[in-house]
Design a protein around this ligand. Structure first.
Ligand SMILES: [Zn+2]
Length: 124
């Protein structure tokens, strides 16, 4: 075991404030957010612990751990949320100048669709 093993071994969180393990030595039921996402899950609970390790280039690195038993699938969106997201998307594609809903998002720099910005809206 390297020095990191001793330095970061703190399952009770006495030194680091939350339960801490060295890289690869965390209990199997604790996963990082990336690991949960790779399994199609999302953390629904606060952080359960952390792993710490020293990266030669980046220095001290940390990854928070979540209890897999408390994780679940991403929260489904309600029909209302879906509708408001769709409305927001549609609004971003609607040109405020000519009112046409485009198949692209209106540029925030131009603030109107390409034909309007080019002065071609009347012809389009
Ligand atoms: Zn336009």
């Amino acid at each position: 075991m390297g020095r990191g093993y001793v330095r970061f071994w703190d399952p009770e969180g006495e030194r680091f404030g939350i339960p801490t393990w060295p890289w690869k030595l965390a209990p199997a039921h604790l996963k990082t957010r990336d690991q949960l996402v790779a399994m199609g899950l999302r953390p629904h609970q606060p952080v359960a612990g952390q792993i710490l390790w020293n990266n030669k280039k980046l220095g001290l690195r940390r990854a928070y751990l979540f209890d897999i038993a408390l994780a679940g699938p991403p929260k489904p969106r309600s029909p209302g949320q879906v509708a408001s997201l769709e409305a927001a998307r549609r609004k971003r594609r609607t040109c405020p100048t000519c009112g046409v809903v485009r198949d692209y998002t209106i540029s925030t720099a131009l603030k109107e669709c390409t034909p309007c910005a080019d002065g071609l809206a009347a012809a389009a």
